[in-house]
Design a protein around this ligand. Structure first.
Ligand code: AHM
Ligand code: MG
Length: 337
């Protein structure tokens, strides 16, 4: 190969997903590929809006409160509309659940398809106005056999998802995806308008050196979390303490955890009985990716992907990351019980 020549055989996201689907042979209809194409288009569209937000006055509040009683940002609303419109138009969806909408959207008529998409269109909203990384998180279910596509199709354990991913809007837009066969990362080439495979087969290191918690909540944390954090901050003689990194955008904190290793946590505590993060469209997709990359995701006492949701907006405690780090954390929970 001539190293001074540009690569003429780039692998785009669509090409990569198609080749994965071909491997499945007759089982694949191409529908999932088309759905993922719609999702990547929404990420490109959201990415351009995030880029120009400051210039066209998209930052600030939209003047409405969402289901959880939080103020919505203009970009949140816009990103939600982009995703709803595109996913409906793809003709491949039956049920859509968005953090921004109280009720699930049931697709009827000629646009109805066989997939359900749960998503947080723009996560990390407290970071928008400061220009810090934010992202879109999504999970995909296939409707259950015999189902006409209703809410029960998304009230299923995360382990039944057929795909999950996120797009991080940072110095570049990075889409990280799993269709249940490992995890791959793609970077948006703005000139081509294509996501290019840049991080094939992401594997999370078995142990890291970084912890990522909002320690400002320490006074509310339960004893196992406090003891665990103390154990990595005050290690036995001869061992180095862990470094703290916390952005406050789940997508960015999880992205770093997948690449560098370590542990990310948003525990339940004395104030937030179930933690803060949403099970369906935050915890499940990130737990799916973490496990697919060789890591673990737990509530402290049970595997996140095994939880059966009862409500589309329910919350759940989250600890995820390098296998050995998460096992250490679990040990503190076991000792406490
Ligand atoms: P959001 O959906 O309102 O943006 O909240 C979710 C975000 C996550 O991205 C992040 O992990 C967490 O909230 C940070 O919360 P805190 O500011 O309490 O540390
Ligand atoms: Mg969110």
């Amino acid at each position: 190969s001539r190293e001074d020549q540009p690569n003429t055989d780039i692998i785009t996201l669509t090409r990569h997903v198609l080749s994965e689907q071909y491997k499945l042979g007759a089982a694949a209809t191409g529908d999932l590929t088309l759905l993922l194409t719609a999702i990547q288009t929404t990420s490109k569209f959201i990415a351009t809006n995030v880029r120009k937000a400051r210039l066209i006055n998209l930052v600030g509040l939209a003047g409405e409160t969402n289901v959880q009683g939080e103020e919505q940002k203009k970009l949140d609303v816009l990103s939600n509309d982009i995703m709803i419109n595109s996913l409906r138009a793809s003709g491949k969806t039956a049920v859509l659940v968005s953090e921004e909408l109280e009720d699930a959207v049931i697709i009827e008529g000629r646009y109805k398809g066989k997939y359900c998409v749960v998503f947080d269109p723009l996560d990390g909203s407290s970071n928008i106005d400061a220009g810090v990384n934010i992202g879109t998180i999504f999970g995909v279910y296939h409707i259950a056999p015999g189902s006409d596509g209703n809410i029960s199709d998304v009230l299923r354990p995360g382990s039944e998802m057929v795909a999950a991913g996120y797009t991080m809007y940072g110095s570049s837009a990075n889409l990280v995806l799993s269709t249940g066969n490992g995890v791959n990362g793609y970077t948006l080439d703005a000139a081509l308008g294509e996501f290019i495979l840049t991080h094939p087969n992401i594997k999370i290191p078995p142990r890291g050196k970084i912890y990522s918690f909002n320690e400002g909540n320490s006074m509310y944390f339960h004893p196992p979390v406090v003891s665990y954090l103390n154990s990595i901050k005050y290690p036995p003689a001869g061992k180095a303490p862990y470094s703290a990194r916390y952005i406050g955008s789940m997508v960015a904190d999880v992205h770093r955890t997948l690449l560098y290793g370590g542990i990310f946590g948003y525990p339940d505590d004395k104030k937030s009985k179930s933690g803060k993060l949403r099970l369906l469209y935050e915890a499940f997709p990130m737990a799916f990716l973490t496990e697919q990359a060789g890591g673990l995701a737990t509530t402290g006492t049970k595997r996140i992907l095994d939880i059966v949701p009862t409500n589309i907006h329910e919350r759940c405690p989250v600890f995820l990351g390098s296998k050995d780090d998460v096992l250490d954390l679990i040990r503190f929970y076991k000792e406490a019980n």
